[in-house]
Design a protein around this ligand. Structure first.
Ligand SMILES: Cc1ncc(COP(=O)(O)O)c(C=O)c1O
Length: 371
């Protein structure tokens, strides 16, 4: 896949984003500021005021994220806090919200329990059908591509053009790729939302999220939502994510390269019924991913014959954390039908971590041998 120079510059700039602002004796790393209140003899001259509005450690992680997104970012205490903020900032009374029927299920729960409750019409469209969907009357078209967990992909630029023609705002959940691998704002999206709990935090020790966007008015509403709802991230969490982001590109290089190796070997394995990975040339998501992304990601969908076989495989593999998340340093696996996702009973979402790939593969192969 093509590595573009402007991307490499961005990754280098991310690591040095504080450099130009530093003065003699300043710390190289951002200070972890936990103050809730700030010295405020006057109210009319700017500066930090109160920790619910903004504070130094958020500003640091947001500046760092902005380098990667190529757009201003607003940080949140979780991916869902970012997603609900974007939806609440962009929702238009009387206009439909179009959501993927096969994306992260908690977004559908939010829509069912809150948006619909306030009278907002909500429609669900499979990710693969977004390209042909009727967006008439839509206020928001929301995409998650590749989708979690099915790894279906839609053409962001093509869907965004049709959504805009219908007068809708386009929000893309970029969690499964991150801005290192895919930049939806460059493809026409209005807002990007992401769970930085996953690869950006990267170590399974922090919940975090952000919204990125280039429209100042919409981003002001996102910021207001955070201030007025009080859905604010903690400073330690912001600091941890800043630290995690410094190695994001490096970790993703290993994770994506290993995912390609593992996916190819799984696809050739007699005990594996099906494999989904956008990096496999015959995967339905391959062609669009080549066009719109810079890598194929670290998530693999693998299907074994039954729920029992899948659970036995997960129990037998020494290098798969049995956890309901992804994007961390350690590889992880989960049988998604246990949460009711519309996937086969034997479907496992694998998240490939940074283990040396041959050791990881040996662990996977040994576990497959005993199920
Ligand atoms: C694609 C996607 N978006 C959003 C979220 C929500 O993130 P968080 O758990 O940080 O709220 C998740 C969590 O798994 C996810 O997989």
């Amino acid at each position: 896949m093509t590595i573009r120079n402007d991307d490499d510059r961005r990754f280098a700039d991310l690591l040095h984003h504080r450099s130009a602002r530093l003065e003699q004796g300043d710390p190289i790393t951002p200070p972890l500021v936990s103050a809730a209140t700030y010295h405020l003899p006057r109210a009319d001259v700017g500066g930090y005021v109160y920790g619910r509005t903004t504070m130094p450690t958020w500003d640091e992680v947001e500046a760092q994220m902005a380098v990667l997104e190529g757009a201003p970012c607003v940080s949140f205490p979780s991916g869902m806090a970012a997603i609900s903020a974007a939806l609440m900032a962009a929702v238009v009374p009387g206009r439909r919200v179009v959501l993927p029927s096969d994306g992260y299920y908690t977004v559908r729960l939010f829509a069912e329990q809150f948006l619909k409750g306030f009278g907002v019409p909500v429609d669900y469209v499979p990710t693969l059908a977004m390209g042909q969907a009727d967006f008439t009357g839509a206020g928001i078209v929301y995409l998650e591509t590749p989708s979690n967990p099915g790894l279906e992909v839609c053409d962001i630029a093509a869907v965004a053009a049709r959504a805009h023609a219908a007068g809708a705002v386009v929000i893309v959940d970029n969690t499964t790729m991150t801005a290192v691998l895919q930049r939806p704002l460059d493809l026409g999206a209005d807002l990007v939302v992401a769970a930085d709990t996953k690869a950006p935090g990267g170590h399974s020790d922090v919940l975090f999220g952000h919204v990125a966007g280039r429209d100042a008015a919409v981003m002001a509403r996102v910021r207001d939502w955070r201030k007025l709802s009080g859905a604010v991230p903690g400073s330690f969490e912001a600091w941890l994510v800043h630290r995690g982001m410094e190695t994001l590109e490096l970790r993703l290089s290993r994770m994506c390269a290993s995912a390609q190796v593992v996916a190819e070997r799984l696809a050739a394995h007699p005990k594996v019924r099906a494999v989904r990975y956008p990096g496999l040339p015959d995967d339905p998501s391959h062609a669009v991913t080549v066009r719109q992304a810079r890598g194929f990601g670290f998530l693999i969908g693998m299907t074994l014959d039954s729920a029992d076989q899948a659970e036995a495989f997960l129990a037998a593999c020494p290098y798969l954390a049995r956890a309901t998340s992804f994007g961390a340093t350690h590889s992880a696996g989960e049988r998604r039908a246990r949460w009711g996702d519309a996937v086969p009973e034997g479907f496992i979402r694998l998240s490939i971590g940074v283990e040396p790939v041959e050791a990881l593969w040996d662990g996977i192969a040994e576990a497959l041998a005993v199920v």
